[in-house]
Design a binder for this molecule. Structure first.
Ligand SMILES: Cc1cc2nc3c(=O)[nH]c(=O)nc-3n(C[C@H](O)[C@H](O)[C@H](O)COP(=O)(O)OP(=O)(O)OC[C@H]3O[C@@H](n4cnc5c(N)ncnc54)[C@H](O)[C@@H]3O)c2cc1C
Length: 394
């Protein structure tokens, strides 16, 4: 008999795990607190490690239709504007890793996953279900919502993001600890490229590194739209849990300080700035941080990270495929052992990515002598420094 699994959270991780489980014939019901399934207006870069998994879920052609395939990744100085390093993406990534490097709009990726889950039709999708309680017995689990509804199943997957409540059910020292509020803020904006001056349109990923800040710009939606994110070490006044706070170009420029004319022109041209506070957790310290008996975590619920390696969604997608592989066509009785195998297979890689993301933040935002050393290394080593075979090949 296939297992009946309750997934708390219908973001990219929750939908990816529901899809992966349904492909193994399990029933996965998804419970999302928002009134409708959706994603904020921001971009996501997907390395070959993530696109390879999406291809395994039969989303390869759908993904190619919504994505932009950038030609290259170029790193610049935010103050002077000069190019420090460049790595070809496009065909080079496909040849090297057997899968593409894509940039997508979050809502497009989320919509692709949602359509695929709906098309399988093996579970229910419940909105306006803010899960507040998880109860477990030997072979059953029960989720309860804030409005006093309850659902029973044979296992729970917590895909409820940075502020996960499901993780409190783990048998691990970190389970009850809140995430760290980093004090770093991401400002983001999106625009149709046709509405921007020709000099500001892009077919590549551009990164600018400055003291205590960095900025990233890349195309999405087949290259028709441009996504820009600036991350600075300054907290907005709003709620740390709110991913979608009003932002302004004036507040952004105040947080940034001095930057080159090219970057200033791009930021000035972008409409509708929004802001969100960044949180993370210390790298996972063992399998117990990812699963316990009939409860498993995927994505940010398990291993939230600063976005300085552009891999949070990638790791959520990797988790989803690994969790479904661990359960295979097993039954409800196999769930505890399968979840234990899943956690054992995933925790060390996720911890490595979390640690590397934090380290990248120190390098990207470096000041003084460290910054000079970084720039020199980038100029000398270029693509060798930017490529990540351990990550993209995994
Ligand atoms: C500025 C920035 C840039 C980024 N860039 C990249 C990138 O380029 N590439 C990349 O791979 N990653 C990137 N990331 C990381 C990526 O966004 C996250 O890792 C990813 O969205 C995590 O997905 P998730 O499904 O685990 O969690 P979430 O996206 O947080 O989804 C959790 C879902 O659960 C729901 N939920 C929460 N609590 C409950 C509850 N109690 N009951 C019911 N539902 C609940 C939420 O409403 C939400 O829908 C970036 C992040 C930031 C902040």
């Amino acid at each position: 008999m296939p297992a009946h699994i309750l997934v708390a959270g219908g973001g990219i991780g929750g939908l990816a795990v529901a899809l992966a489980l349904s492909r193994q014939r399990h029933r996965a019901d998804v419970f999302e607190q928002a009134a409708a399934f959706g994603e904020i207006g921001a971009g996501v870069q997907l390395g070959p490690n993530a696109t390879r998994r999406l291809q395994q879920l039969d989303l390869g052609s759908g993904l190619a239709a919504i994505a932009a395939r950038p030609d290259a990744l170029a790193v610049h100085s935010a103050e002077g504007g000069s190019e420090l390093a460049r790595m070809p993406l496009g065909d080079a990534m496909q040849q090297r890793y057997g899968a593409p490097y894509f940039c997508v709009h979050r809502a497009d990726l989320h919509g692709l996953l949602l359509d695929a889950v709906r098309a399988r039709g093996t579970g229910t999708l419940v909105t306006a279900a803010h899960i507040t309680q998880v109860e477990t017995s030997d072979d059953l689990v029960c989720l309860s919502s804030a409005d006093a509804r309850a659902w029973e199943g044979e296992a729970v997957v917590g895909a409820d993001g940075l502020w996960s409540m499901v993780r409190q059910e783990l048998d691990s020292a970190s389970a009850a600890q809140p995430p760290r509020v980093t004090g770093h803020t991401a400002w983001r904006a999106m625009a149709e490229q046709a509405r921007l001056p020709a000099a500001l349109r892009r077919r590549q990923v551009d990164v600018w590194l400055g003291p205590r800040l960095h900025a990233v710009a890349y195309p999405v939606r087949g290259g028709d739209w441009l996504n820009v994110v600036v991350i600075a070490e300054s907290a907005p006044a709003g709620d740390a849990r709110d991913w979608d706070q009003a932002g302004s170009i004036a507040a952004l420029k105040q947080a940034m300080g001095r930057s080159c004319a090219g970057l200033q022109a791009l930021l000035d041209a972008m409409p509708g700035w929004r802001a969100w506070s960044l949180g993370d957790r210390a790298p996972l310290s063992g399998a117990a941080d990812m699963a316990h008996e009939r409860i498993a975590l995927v994505g940010d619920a398990a291993h939230p990270m600063v976005p300085y390696l552009a891999q949070g969604a990638g790791m959520a997608i990797e988790d989803a495929v690994a969790l479904a592989d661990a359960l295979g066509d097993g039954s409800a009785a196999d769930v505890p052992a399968a979840f234990a195998r899943y956690a054992e297979a995933r925790w060390a890689r996720n911890a490595q990515v979390q640690a590397r993301a934090r380290r990248n933040g120190e390098i990207f935002h470096a000041t003084g002598a460290m910054r000079l050393g970084r720039d020199m290394a980038m100029r000398l080593l270029g693509a060798k420094l930017l490529d990540q075979p351990w990550l993209y090949g995994g």
